[in-house]
Design a protein around this ligand. Structure first.
Ligand SMILES: [Zn+2]
Length: 79
């Protein structure tokens, strides 16, 4: 799911409030763009997918090399 302009604003505000200024581990760049909200399934101890359980994450994408960073979306207030 693409971020709306309001969600991008919320993400930028959250990153600023946490003093997050990431450096890209791939190229050393410091310019990032908002990507998508993605979701990963939660697995039980046997590796089976739990029904209706997932972890939403928001992508930060390096504008130089497209390396991706993921942040938990819920604490940021992004559904
Ligand atoms: Zn990069």
């Amino acid at each position: 799911m693409s971020l709306s302009e309001l969600q991008k604003h919320k993400l930028r505000g959250w990153l600023k409030s946490k003093n997050v200024h990431p450096t890209c581990v791939s190229c050393g760049g410091t310019d990032w763009g908002a990507g998508e909200i993605v979701s990963a399934p939660i697995l039980d101890t046997d590796g089976a997918r739990l029904e209706d359980s997932h972890v939403p994450m928001v992508q930060l994408v390096c504008t130089n090399c497209s390396y991706l960073m993921l942040y938990a979306a819920v604490p940021i207030g992004l559904p």
